[in-house]
Design a protein around this ligand. Structure first.
Ligand SMILES: [Fe+2]
Ligand SMILES: [Fe+2]
Length: 334
């Protein structure tokens, strides 16, 4: 689903790095070529990407929970099939991204450990509850819509495995956004109760969606490096504005009202201006005090525990096959 631009100060590179290697590395980036896992890279570039890609992977996997909760309660077989496919897509996104992070030389188990211990973050949006079916529509429309806005530029990220994963992911996010908007359109054109349900979902999810783009540029600590390395092509505030400009006319088309009395079109610039974001809420949710943080991590821990026997069985089977192959080889040679 999404990698949130989080405000964590990067530690400085630990040793002096060879100026010639650094110049070659930056040259590849400036030419818009890709850095591949076998290439030399500065320690800070590796650290930044491991953190960003793994947080993105965690967000995909945790993001399955709020929507997965509605698979058994989808209002029709068609809706259930689409939602199942979407949630499975998110699992796939997590897998591509964990695999991309692993090319940086970090073990997947270590990344899982960071998520479960709370050391690694995931997008704050997934700590809000899905109270009605309309929330499934609004998540597709707004949350996947925000993800697309953030992720399209990542298709041109300087790190090859991440950029290539994003191309495929963006195609699927586009389907997610459309199915969400279609749910919202059906509800908005339905009975007064259905329309009220759609409005209530928009009221609850609008502000958290805007927080998905991360802290304001003024408070963002490490975008200069990310920009120079062509990991980040647009600032948090630029992406947030693009999202608002694209989404507000869609909400008006649905006949819904945004929960922001300050939202208005600035005729001169053509942009929608919007009210102040509650950054205290953002920090609280990110720090673990959102409505569902504990539940999300407890569920993830349970999946980890429930799956332990499968991992052990696969490892034991692989060890048995290796042992069989080792004893069979001398006989074959005779
Ligand atoms: Fe996704
Ligand atoms: Fe998605």
């Amino acid at each position: 689903m999404y990698s949130q631009a989080l405000n964590v100060k990067d530690e400085q590179a630990s040793g002096p790095e060879d100026a010639a290697k650094l110049a070659r590395f930056q040259g590849i980036i400036d030419r818009e070529d890709k850095i591949e896992p076998r290439d030399w890279m500065p320690a800070a570039y590796r650290r930044t990407l491991v953190r960003q890609i793994s947080q993105h992977a965690h967000s995909e996997v945790i993001g399955m929970q709020p929507e997965g909760a509605w698979i058994t309660r989808a209002p029709s077989l068609r809706r259930k099939a689409a939602l199942l496919a979407k949630v499975q897509d998110e699992a796939g996104h997590g897998l591509y991204l964990y695999a991309a992070a692993e090319t940086m030389g970090v073990a997947r188990e270590e990344l899982y450990g960071q998520l479960l211990s709370g050391k690694a973050k995931y997008s704050s949006i997934f700590n809000y509850p899905t109270l009605s079916w309309a929330d499934i529509g609004v998540i597709g429309w707004l949350v996947d819509g925000a993800a697309i806005m953030n992720q399209i530029p990542l298709c041109r990220c300087s790190f090859g495995p991440y950029a290539r994963a994003m191309i495929r992911i963006c195609k699927e996010e586009s389907f997610h956004q459309r199915q969400g908007f279609e749910i919202m359109m059906t509800l908005s054109r339905g009975t007064p109760a259905q329309k009220a349900m759609a409005q209530d979902a928009l009221d609850r999810w609008w502000w958290p969606s805007l927080m998905m783009f991360g802290p304001s540029d003024a408070a963002s600590m490490h975008s200069a490096d990310s920009t120079r390395w062509k990991i980040k092509r647009f600032s948090n505030d630029e992406l947030r504005q693009k999202f608002v400009d694209a989404t507000v006319p869609q909400g008006h088309y649905l006949g819904l009202t945004f929960p922001d009395p300050d939202l208005k079109l600035d005729e001169a610039s053509g942009h929608w201006t919007f009210g102040a974001i509650d950054w205290d809420e953002f920090r609280r949710v990110l720090a673990g005090q959102g409505p569902c943080n504990a539940e999300r991590l407890a569920n993830r821990q349970k999946s980890e525990d429930d799956g332990a026997w499968v991992r052990e069985a696969v490892a034991a089977f692989a060890a048995k096959r290796r042992a069989q192959a080792a004893t069979a080889q001398p006989q074959a040679a005779e």
